[in-house]
Ligand binder design. Structure first.
Ligand SMILES: NC(=O)c1ccc[n+]([C@@H]2O[C@H](COP(=O)([O-])OP(=O)(O)OC[C@H]3O[C@@H](n4cnc5c(N)ncnc54)[C@H](OP(=O)(O)O)[C@@H]3O)[C@@H](O)[C@H]2O)c1
Length: 285
């Protein structure tokens, strides 16, 4: 009997992608997809962005790229999603899907522009401050109105080394508020901590240099042991006197921030003696 010839499974071609905007997110997605061997071209707006894309050897999209793209990613500020979409829509192929990168905008945003295309969202849970920032290892929130588009967004996440997360459309605003708390507002909190060290007479640069590894060690603790077991500080130790002294030493605005966050820390600390908990609750009210 003739042996059946073994054939390697055929690899599905990767979707062609056009990215509108070559800012932080557009750049990071473009560079990541190029690295993964995807066919990606970008449509920057300003001459500066065109130069930046060219210097990083990213292809600029032409009319044919727009026509052939399966995915058109709108990596523009939230307020520019609809105008950017209106700018390119006529030039896209009939089945090109439109995808924004906003955490806050619901998919219904596209409905205001009355598009009939599949629409979606690809929101990286990463603080991207430069196009060269890697997206690998991060989570990305996916949403879409179409199964094929969803599968393509999952493939794009995998190509970038990202883990997909499904967020219900009804919870989108709360989800995005949480994302902002854990990134941009974490930086704002660090700024508050730096101010406290400035109150102590230390230079800002010295303070940042000293505090950054401390913050990183706190996050490492949470990563290894979870929120409750990763928490450190006077609230966990039930050190009422230290908390009181801190509150007395801080200027009012920082004191309010300290009080609010300490109340949150108290919720993560169930094992305190009742009288200590009560004393802390009174102090932090
Ligand atoms: N950065 C992050 O950490 C992060 C993380 C997750 C999601 N996001 C989301 O990603 C999206 C892009 O944010 P970003 O941080 O990448 O912003 P960004 O760095 O400011 O880049 C936005 C780009 O959009 C271009 N642009 C602005 N208005 C436009 C218009 N009307 N038509 C065409 N292009 C336009 C700008 O072009 P020029 O510079 O050439 O003028 C700029 O390069 C937003 O929806 C944001 O919420 C950002």
């Amino acid at each position: 009997m003739k042996k059946k010839k073994k054939t390697a499974p055929r690899r599905q071609a990767t979707p062609r992608v056009v990215i509108v905007g070559f800012g932080r997110v557009g750049g990071a997605i473009a560079l990541g997809l190029r690295e993964a061997g995807w066919d990606v071209a970008v449509l920057p707006r300003s001459a500066d962005s065109v130069r930046k894309a060219a210097s990083l050897r990213v292809f600029l999209a032409d009319h044919d790229d727009l026509r052939a793209a399966q995915l058109c990613i709108l990596a523009v500020p939230d307020s520019a999603v609809v105008p950017a979409m209106e700018l390119v829509e006529e030039d896209l192929g009939p089945s090109t899907a439109l995808v924004h990168c906003s955490g806050a905008l619901p998919l219904a945003t596209f409905a205001t522009a009355r598009t009939r295309r599949p629409v979606g969202s690809f929101h990286p849970l990463a603080a991207i401050s430069d196009p060269k920032d890697s997206l690998s290892g991060h989570t990305v929130a996916l949403a879409s109105t179409d199964r094929t588009l969803h599968a393509n967004l999952e493939r794009m996440a995998a190509a970038l080394g990202m883990s997909p997360l499904e967020v219900p459309e009804t919870g989108r605003t709360a989800y995005h508020a949480g994302a902002v708390l854990s990134a941009g507002l974490l930086v704002a909190l660090l700024d508050g901590a730096v101010s406290a060290l400035e109150e102590a007479g230390l230079h800002r640069d010295v303070a940042i240099k000293a505090l950054l590894p401390l913050s990183a060690s706190a996050l490492r603790g949470v990563s290894s042991r979870g929120l409750e077991k990763g928490l450190t500080g006077p609230v966990v130790r039930g050190d009422v006197g230290v908390v009181q002294a801190h509150l007395e030493s801080l200027p009012p605005e920082l004191g309010s921030l300290y009080r609010l966050l300490s109340r949150r820390a108290l919720r993560l600390t169930p094992a305190l003696p009742p009288e200590t908990r009560l004393a802390l609750e009174r102090l932090l009210a």
